[in-house]
Ligand binder design. Structure first.
Ligand SMILES: N[C@@H](CCC(=O)N[C@@H](CS)C(=O)NCC(=O)O)C(=O)O
Length: 213
């Protein structure tokens, strides 16, 4: 069986990312591809998670994007994909070792958890009749977002770097700006500046801006 490196190096092997350009988890992967110099190797193929006929549901039975297809084999979720890409690029996203590595992985998961909670707020509005929306559930999710944002507000990573933690946090904040589950900019002035700095110094930010407004 060919190994991953050989598959990626073989231009006849298709590498496809199933994701819309609005998905915050997909944006993480797209930013990572750019940072690691792998973007040209991957074809972006949008997915519709609500379309029962979309092959995404076969590729990832959970019906979630992003999903990376290498020679037709599916790899998900975004954590797995980033780990795979990082390995291919010999550690460009996460150079830390030992305890520092697990601290960084935990921080990245924290930022992803904000995005997860924000998505649940979005879905509560999207899938439920307004009269049925649970204020208690929405408050529960918003409190996760607030607590986790406070951690980053108190101790933000270096915004001039594009690594696992900063990419994950930037994708998360971009999603909060779009979907507005709460007014994060009012609560987190430091992170507002942080995102500006990240955007100014890392070309992967502008290059992955969603086209849908
Ligand atoms: N933990 C997953 C989360 C992926 C996820 O929730 N993606 C959203 C779009 S941003 C999705 O596919 N939602 C459709 C659904 O939940 O059915 C990851 O990191 O990839």
């Amino acid at each position: 069986m060919m190994d991953l490196r050989a598959l990626i190096d073989d231009p006849s092997v298709p590498v496809v990312l199933r994701s819309t350009d609005t998905s915050p988890f997909g944006r993480k992967v797209r930013m990572a591809l750019l940072v690691l110099g792998l973007a040209d190797r991957v074809t972006l193929e949008p997915a519709d998670t609500l379309d029962t006929a979309d092959s995404l549901r076969v590729q990832n039975p959970l019906g979630k994007m992003p999903c990376l297809l290498i020679a037709g084999e599916a790899f998900f979720d975004s954590h797995v994909i980033l780990e795979m890409l990082d390995g291919l690029a010999e550690g460009g996203l996460l150079r830390a070792q030992g305890l520092a590595r697990f601290r960084a992985l935990t921080r990245a998961r924290l930022a992803d958890g904000i995005t997860d909670a924000a998505l649940l707020v979005t879905y509560e509005h999207r899938f439920r009749d307004p009269a049925m929306a649970s204020d208690r559930w929405l408050a529960h999710q918003r409190s996760k977002i607030s607590r986790a944002l406070a951690v980053f507000e108190a101790d933000a990573p270096d915004p001039t770097r594009a690594d696992l933690v900063t990419i994950t946090l930037a994708a998360c904040l971009g999603y909060l700006d779009w979907r507005q589950p709460l007014d994060w900019r009012a609560d987190c002035p430091g992170l507002t500046i942080w995102l500006d700095r990240f955007a100014q110094t890392n070309a992967c930010w502008a290059a992955t801006e969603r086209t849908l407004k």
